[in-house]
Design a protein around this ligand. Sequence first.
Ligand code: TYD
Length: 140
Amino acid sequence: MNAQVITFKTMETEGKGFLSFFEAMHDIPFEIERVYYIYECPENVQRGGHAHRTLDQLLFCPYGSIEIILDDTSNKTSVMLDSPSKGLIIRGPVWRDMIWKKKDSVLVVAASSYYDESDYIRDYRDFVQYVNEGFLKETK
Ligand code: TYD
């Protein structure tokens, strides 16, 4: 599974809270061209339902609790983003669903490329075909 949970470097200021940070190419393995965020979702909303052909992403939840369900056609796993210091790096074609476990949770995504609809795979059968074709190319 091309997905990895990371813990952000975090500074604690006694009595004044925490500061977490990450730097492109230092803490995550790609440059960032775009940041987007999803908010004001009701509880139990499910989003996602797609994969990306080439995009690399870092997902984190600075407020609330969001479950990320991942599927690379061989394996399925689930990651709970329930701490502002936790990040999830997803690289390349991994099918993802996101479930808002708490109302008003915020999902922030740092992405390696500008928005490009042609990088999305929104049909699960197309995704399986895309992954299998890649595998066939590698074994030729
Ligand atoms: P989408 O990625 O499908 O959202 P989710 O996976 O969270 O359900 O994006 C929803 C809509 O927003 C879609 O019409 C494309 C648009 N969009 C942009 O225009 N720019 C962006 O950077 C992103 C992420 C989405």
